[in-house]
Design a protein around this ligand. Structure first.
Ligand SMILES: *Cc1c(COP(=O)(O)O)cnc(C)c1O
Length: 241
């Protein structure tokens, strides 16, 4: 396991790289939020990062996040769901997370809408509840995200049918490649989709959630406002994912 000391050093290095990539593209580092992605990482690692000032985390699985709840009860942090979410787990996701970034179809959005509307006093779910629309820009991920050409239809559907759901931005996973041009093409496509969506819809679309350990510098150069970094902070995970 990676020690707390290594996590602190890794986190400092990622912050430096973030600032350097921001500087190269004439942006301010504080325009770019850093999320620590903690799937398959133990609660102790999360606490070490929290103590170093990290306040935003992402997990991919409901059950895994729930299993860490007790150990993390003492920390005040923001948690986002970034993995594929099945409708039958939507209620648990709403209870565990402050934002669901992985909304890729209208049926999931409608399920969220229905549950949020049930009994707000009792559930305490934020209304409107923040989500992001996940776009499968690279076309490589068969089960994740909406196709770029269907993205506006989905946003329109949410705008019309889901008044309790607020789209805060777009999210994507970059292509599996070392080719920096391909990375940047993908991230640029997401940025352009967001520009167009801002014109067409009433949502703020503040966030472009893009960039992971291998490609966050490229994502920042294309306008990312939130990078999601796992391995580069917490070390390698179990190979299952
Ligand atoms: C795992 C994961 C990340 C982080 O990946 P790293 O390569 O470890 O930085 C970011 N976003 C999503 C959606 C993920 O599933």
């Amino acid at each position: 396991m990676v020690t707390a000391d290594e996590i602190r050093r890794n986190l400092d290095a990622v912050r430096e790289n973030l600032a350097a990539a921001a500087a190269v593209s004439g942006r301010k580092p504080d325009e770019i939020a850093l999320m620590g992605v903690t799937k398959f990482q133990p609660a102790e690692s999360i606490l070490a990062a929290f103590e170093r000032g990290l306040g935003l985390f992402g997990e991919n699985r409901i059950q895994e996040r729930e299993s860490k709840s007790a150990a993390l009860a003492g920390i005040q942090a923001e948690w986002h769901m970034i993995g594929t979410l099945q409708r039958n787990k939507a209620r648990r996701a709403l209870a565990m997370f402050d934002c669901i970034q992985s909304v890729g179809d209208i049926t999931l959005a409608e399920t969220l809408e229905r549950i949020i509307g049930e009994n707000p006093e009792e559930t305490g779910f934020a209304t409107p509840y923040p989500v992001m629309v996940e776009v499968n820009v690279s076309g490589e991920y068969t089960k994740q995200g909406v196709a770029p050409e269907k993205c506006f239809a989905l946003i329109d559907g949410i705008a019309v049918k889901c008044p309790r759901v607020e789209i805060r931005g777009l999210m994507t996973i970059g292509p599996l490649t070392d080719d920096e041009h391909k990375m940047r093409d993908s991230f640029r496509t997401l940025r352009e989709l967001r520009e167009e969506a801002k014109k067409r819809f009433d949502f703020s679309m503040r966030h472009l959630s893009m960039g992971m350990s291998a490609d966050y510098a490229a994502a920042i150069m294309e306008g990312s406002t939130m990078i999601r970094v796992g391995t580069a902070i917490f070390g390698a995970r179990d190979k299952r994912l």
